[in-house]
Design a protein around this ligand. Structure first.
Ligand SMILES: [Cu+2]
Length: 466
């Protein structure tokens, strides 16, 4: 089944057939008045942050190699969007691409009709047209935005979204947003060609022995849009405390990240605060974010992001003094040090313990042989929930590949941290819980762009209560 027919079927399921489904109550669609009532009940500051984002085709310099690709406003990553918690975001998205697009605000528990998932929550934005997203930014943290259309995530269409906390103690001197990205677009191929070849040549591809390997050999790894031999430099002073906001915007790559000569203090996972914990390195799956604090030494230090189970790495430089810049092949010893796991992280404001009202077992299925992926063996499933329920999702990975599973519209509780995207290793079961307090139709999917497009998606569907 082509992605288009699959998506059309999904849309029909959610928006059409389900309205008169014989097997359950009617679903609460994005157009339902309760979606707006829920938005009105959200705290709002009264400030409006208006911005225009133009998705466009053009050339980008990766630090030597120049590629033709798709970006927001011609830059890579797209310009950071910075708002305050409670602000009304008014983002006009102009589509100058030769294809339909959309924008998903990754990690935000926003109103369902602004979630940016065609055809489930809106119609796609057609070439030459525009769409204005209007929503209250509900919670502070490090987020990002990208299309929810085809494999566009693996072009240059992504940008950080920082929601500031008016009550943040601000125990740091400077901030640095770091976007990690695996790159192949414009290097003789593009993401659509890669997906087509995965489907044709499947079974003969790299599929590393490493637990966190990938399906696709991205030839470049970027930090803030630059390859390691032409890195961006973050300038600061020795002794300064810096908050680094790490975003993995890659399509098929987990990154192991360390800053040479420094330990990192993890303070947030996917936007939400944790009891601070020190580590040498972090492993970050696609879609995940970590905030860390670091007190800088004197000199020039490499921030390295090694592609797990692949060849290559991205690098940036932190410079607080004189000294030679680190070379692109440098691999700080911290990369082989302690990596903090989910089980060592504790949310400072965990969800209160409560018995689940509904449990959905989501078996992650599929493989490389046919390159079809699914949830419970299908790409168009529906997981019914009702407002007020404590929901438990159990991701059971029966595949040979790892999957970073992402839930839209909610930040769930793991056994430890709050997150919206969680790595599920082969053979592993990961349970997450959340309160159903954001009515609508929400995607639950793998954040490997190729797995998602090849079917590893389901819908978390709020239904009406009768
Ligand atoms: Cu996956």
């Amino acid at each position: 089944m082509s992605p288009f027919s699959r998506r059309a079927f999904l849309g029909a399921t959610v928006l059409g057939i389900a309205g008169c489904s014989a097997t359950g109550n009617p679903l609460i669609l994005p157009t339902d008045p309760v979606v707006n009532r829920t938005e009105v009940a959200r705290g709002r500051t009264g400030r409006t942050r208006a911005v225009t984002v133009t998705a466009t085709e053009g050339q980008v310099d990766l630090g030597g190699p120049v590629v033709r690709t798709w970006t927001y406003d011609g830059v890579l990553p797209g310009k950071e969007l910075r708002v305050g918690a409670g602000d009304l975001v008014e983002a006009r998205v102009v589509n100058r691409l030769p294809a339909d697009t959309s924008v998903h605000w990754h990690g935000l528990a926003l109103r369902n009709d602004m979630d940016g998932v065609p055809p489930v929550t809106q119609a796609a934005i057609r070439p030459g047209e525009d769409f204005t997203y209007r929503f209250v930014a509900p919670a502070p943290g490090t987020y990002w935005f990208h299309p929810h259309t085809g494999t566009q995530l693996d072009r240059g269409l992504h940008a950080p979204l920082i929601v500031e906390d008016p009550a943040e103690p601000g125990a740091y001197d400077a901030e640095w947003v770091v976007v990690l990205d695996d790159w192949l677009d414009g290097t003789g191929t593009d993401p659509d060609q890669v997906l087509a070849s995965l489907r044709q040549r499947s079974g003969h591809l790299m599929h590393g022995a490493a637990a966190l390997g990938g399906d696709v050999a991205h030839p470049r790894h970027l930090i803030n849009g630059r390859i390691a031999s032409a890195p961006v430099t973050f300038a600061a002073k020795p002794g300064q405390r810096v908050r680094i906001r790490l975003v993995n915007a890659g399509a098929d790559t987990a990154y192991r990240v360390a800053l040479g000569g420094h330990r990192l203090t993890v303070t947030h996972t996917d936007g939400f605060p944790v009891v601070p914990v020190d580590t040498d390195a972090l492993v970050i799956g696609m879609g995940e974010r970590y905030d860390v604090l670091v007190t800088l030494a004197d000199g020039a230090f490499p921030l390295v992001a090694v592609a797990e189970g692949k060849n290559g790495a991205g690098m940036a430089v932190v410079r607080t003094g004189t000294g030679a810049s680190p070379g692109p092949e440098v691999r700080p010893g911290e990369l082989r040090g302690k990596v903090v796991g989910y089980d060592e992280l504790r949310a400072t404001a965990p969800l209160p313990v409560r018995r689940p009202d509904v449990v959905h077992r989501l078996e992650l299925t599929g493989g490389m042989m046919s390159y079809e992926w699914g949830v419970n063996g299908r790409s168009d499933g529906l997981q019914r929930v009702r407002s007020g329920q404590r929901v438990r999702l159990e991701f059971v990975n029966t595949t040979m590949m790892w999957h970073p599973m992402h839930v839209h519209g909610h930040t769930f509780q793991l056994n430890g941290p709050r997150k919206d995207t969680a790595i599920v290793l082969p053979g592993q079961t990961v349970a997450c819980e959340f309160d159903a307090d954001n009515p609508g139709q929400w995607m639950v999917h793998c954040h490997n762009a190729y797995h998602a497009e090849a079917g590893m998606m389901t819908v978390l569907g709020y239904e009406e209560q009768r």
